[in-house]
Design a protein around this ligand. Structure first.
Ligand code: GDP
Ligand code: GDP
Length: 434
């Protein structure tokens, strides 16, 4: 199931500080479009083996205090719609404000799991003060200090407990493909082309299609689940809101899928927002197929697929080994081909290379190109195996794992990709002591 934690609360209570602490900024992606006027961030976090996405829905238009209450309502509703768990942050140094009451009212009426977080509890004296937050009617506040990190462990223990509940979709034993991409790239049209009926209401206006639905597709020897993010029914007039909604949808779909078909608009090429979605898929270690849609609009003389592909691959680096397919949802060209490629990527993702074969091939390569000696130390790699994980992971056993460079690990990954097809799939490599 998707694990999405949203952070809400009025400005200055410490939402971004909490966000940074949870994600350690390592995997944080700043929403490029929204970044101009708003701060909205999403990233990955992990606690005791449970991974989840964290979204700081914080962004308010800067310098517009007058529209504030409306903004806060919007933000909280977005969180209720899209997240599994909500962290409602209040500030112990200021106590309950009118805006806190507005948020609390909306959250109390929702059925979402809400954690009331009393932030800035930096010292003992402030611990006593947070008792007043009981009045918000959302249960016991979790006392934390985002700056020092104190109390965040207890909070995360409780959050992870809620997230760990399993759902039905996870138990379906068929490949799950998510159709993701920015508004207007043709996701609904693509799904219509595939399903062969006007199941969606396709309109030329971005963001007017219906909500996402999962569809099982069983025809022509295929059997897979389509996770569709096309619908962004929130008729937002604000472009950047629309982008953000679509990102939220994408996060959820990516977490639920095995392979994502990332649709881009052939006219526009691969832009920063598309790349954000790509990185999300990569960091979730999901398979990816890049689908360049609306290819019917491109002049064939001036744009060969080869050149176009090269341009995309440059931007994808270092993870370039991704299939790229050119479709037209309008004329149904190569739509089914895109699905067949996704099926292949799914196979690449779940296959296991026999240990014997892996060692025969890789040890020979390593023998010919051993790691360079560092400070007179020679690394000797003796054995390799694939670990029994969801996405391809390899362990190389050697005498001095700490002396193996990133560049050499990259070399090993590239050889693995050459020898055994892992197209479209992120690979993880560990060096272990033996
Ligand atoms: P946001 O607007 O809700 O995202 O709030 P920020 O994360 O930007 O924090 C607002 C201010 O509160 C910043 O100056 C932070 O350094 C400060 N702050 C955040 N967490 C804590 C905390 O645990 N203790 C104290 N004393 N200050 C904090
Ligand atoms: P979504 O927001 O990603 O679901 O995009 P839609 O499926 O609603 O498509 C947005 C617009 O692009 C609509 O006007 C579609 O008719 C048009 N469109 C979608 N796919 C294609 C395509 O392959 N070729 C052309 N020329 N137009 C397309």
């Amino acid at each position: 199931m998707s694990n999405i934690v949203a952070i809400v609360g009025r400005p200055n209570v410490g939402k971004s500080t909490i966000f940074n602490r949870l994600t350690e900024s390592r995997h944080a992606i700043v929403d490029a479009v929204s970044g101009v006027t708003r701060d909205r961030h999403y990233g990955k976090s992990e606690w005791n083996g449970t991974t989840f996405s964290v979204i700081d829905t914080g962004g308010y238009v800067k310098g517009s205090e007058d529209v504030f209450e409306e903004e806060i309502r919007k933000q909280v509703k977005l969180a209720i719609d899209e997240a599994n768990v909500i962290l409602f942050v209040v500030d112990v140094s200021e106590g309950i404000t009118e805006d806190d009451k507005v948020v609390a009212d909306i959250l109390r009426r929702s059925k979402k799991k809400v954690f009331l977080v009393s932030n800035k509890v930096d010292n003992f004296v402030r611990q006593g003060l947070s008792g007043e937050f009981y009045a918000l009617g959302l249960g016991d506040p979790f006392n934390i200090s985002a700056i020092s990190g104190s109390g965040t462990g207890e909070l995360l223990d409780a959050v992870v407990e809620v997230l760990d509940a399993k759902t039905v979709i996870e138990e379906l034993e068929i490949p799950k493909f998510a159709i993701v991409g920015r508004p207007n790239v043709g996701k609904s049209s693509f799904i219509n082309a595939l399903l062969g009926k006007e199941r969606n209401i396709v309109t030329p206006i971005a963001g007017t299609t219906r909500d996402s639905i999962n569809t099982r597709y069983t025809a022509f020897g295929h059997d897979f689940l389509l996770i569709d993010t096309a619908g962004i029914r929130k008729k937002s007039k604000v472009e950047e809101d629309l982008e953000f909604y679509s990102v939220m949808r994408s996060i959820r779909a990516i977490e639920n899928c095995d392979v994502c078909l990332l649709l881009i608009d052939a006219k526009l090429g691969l832009e920063a927002q598309d790349l954000n979605i790509f990185r999300l898929a990569e960091s979730n270690r999901k398979g990816v197929v890049i689908v360049v849609n609306k290819w019917d609009l491109i002049e064939k003389e001036t744009n060969t697929t080869k050149e176009y592909e090269e341009k995309i691959r440059e931007k994808l680096a270092p993870f370039r080994d991704v299939p790229i397919v050119f479709t037209s949802a309008l004329t149904k060209q190569r739509v089914l081909k895109a699905i067949e490629i996704a099926e292949k990527v799914n196979e690449n993702r779940i296959k296991t290379i026999k240990t014997r074969e892996l060692n025969d091939v890789m040890l020979q390569i390593i023998d010919r190109h051993p790691p360079a000696a560092i400070k007179g130390k020679h690394v000797k790699i003796k054995f390799v195996n694939q670990l029994p994980t969801h996405a391809p992971t390899f362990a190389f056993y050697c005498n001095l794992p700490q002396y193996v460079t990133e560049a050499y690990i990259r070399f090993l990954e590239n050889r693995l990709r050459e020898q055994f097809d892992f197209s479209g799939v992120p690979i993880q490599i560990f060096m272990r002591k033996k």
